[in-house]
Write a protein that binds this ligand. Structure first.
Ligand code: C2O
Length: 362
């Protein structure tokens, strides 16, 4: 059975860490006319290219910031408002919805084959809304190029406290550090007495990150279930799959670099490590969308790597699973996984940059 969120079931989200638990309201604003439109891929052949965040110029930044400012300034009950957008993640990731047909089963989009499709479509509508707000349907949002040496620190454009791209709920100590794609802890920082040594460890961290990328993208993700994660059908909890190391449920990138970056950016404050350190609040940090841009880019790259089994699933339960989003015109749209397999069909792709980890076989 394919999975679909039951809109009418939306209730409070449960945020649970080993240390604490709370309920938060994250449901989207009520439908005005209960009309849900089936998604149609956009017509037209122009492709928008999402740029690497560390390479954008001032004109681009100006546009992006104005779009974000406008999104934050929308009425709070407008589904396109920034906080409403952030709450989408909270609702889909902290059990606000039940599955259509299975009122006892919560819907969770992490740790399974729903991970890449859900986040792709989430970002897609976020980007369409930004474009609409500045009257530029060709606007493409930036991605955080953390898999490449020049992109391994938080992109500068997100660090200006006066910018709408800033978020104070972050680990400020990590602002200038090289991310550790292995587990999100900064090792460079611990050795900061001597500057030369610091440079050396930075270089060392970069080298290790490239090996981590090779490991997760090439060596350990030769099949769809290794890359995408476990099968997840309506009515059952996600089955574990054999053959993926080290964690069987989420895919290699989801469990690896993806979670590491979340941890690296999120504040140290227990128990929830907002914003990026917890799914319920992660979407409140503008950097989230750049982070997931790169995660999404990994899906595109993965499909170009050699190997007969390195293909998306072809199971109906996956292809027909669906999500609901408000689009740039505030209409509710139903998108199926089958609609989002190719980013070009959706009208976007990524700026082509060097992929150094392809040469970083450990
Ligand atoms: Cu839905 Cu990076 O998480």
């Amino acid at each position: 059975y394919p999975i679909e969120p039951d809109l009418s079931s939306c209730g409070e989200s449960t945020v649970d860490t080993s240390k604490a638990c709370m309920n938060v309201p994250c449901c989207p604003p009520k439908l005005k006319d209960s009309k849900i439109i089936d998604f149609e891929p956009p017509l037209g052949c122009k492709i928008r290219y999402r740029p690497a965040a560390h390479l954008v110029d001032r004109d681009y930044l100006y546009k992006f910031e104005s779009a974000m400012e406008r999104m934050k300034a929308l009425p709070v009950d407008d589904p396109r408002n920034f906080m409403q957008q952030a709450n989408i993640h909270c609702a889909y990731c902290n059990g606000a919805y039940s599955q259509v047909g299975f009122p006892d089963q919560k819907l969770e989009v992490h740790y399974s084959w729903l991970f890449f499709p859900f986040h792709r479509m989430y970002l897609y509508f976020f980007e369409r809304i930004l474009g609409k707000l500045i009257g530029d349907p060709d606007f493409a949002m930036p991605f955080w190029n953390w898999d490449s040496p020049c992109g391994m620190t938080m992109p500068q454009i997100y660090l200006d406290p006066y910018s709408p791209l800033y978020d104070e709920n972050r680990n400020l100590e990590h602002q200038q550090d090289v991310v550790n794609l292995n587990d999100g802890k900064s090792v460079v920082k611990q050795k900061k007495k001597n500057d030369d040594f610091d440079e050396l460890t930075k270089r060392e961290q970069i080298k290790r990150n490239l090996c981590v990328m090779y490991q997760q993208m090439v060596r350990s993700s030769k099949t769809a279930s290794c890359f995408h994660g476990a099968v997840y059908r309506a009515g059952c909890v996600s089955e574990t799959d054999i053959g993926c190391t080290p964690e069987p449920r989420g895919g290699t990138i989801e469990n690896g670099a993806h979670l590491a970056v979340h941890k690296f950016v999120g504040a140290k404050n227990p128990p929830y490590n907002e914003d990026m350190g917890n799914f319920y609040s992660a979407g409140r940090d503008p950097l989230f969308y750049a982070h997931h841009g790169n995660v999404d880019r990994m899906w595109n790259i993965w499909k170009t790597l050699p190997g007969k089994k390195r293909r998306d699933f072809d199971e109906k339960d996956w292809l027909n699973s669906s999500f609901l989003f408000y689009d740039e015109n505030a209409n509710m749209v139903r998108v199926k996984v089958r609609d989002c397999l190719d980013s070009k069909t959706l009208g976007y792709d990524y700026q082509s940059v060097d992929i150094p980890w392809l040469r970083s076989k450990p």
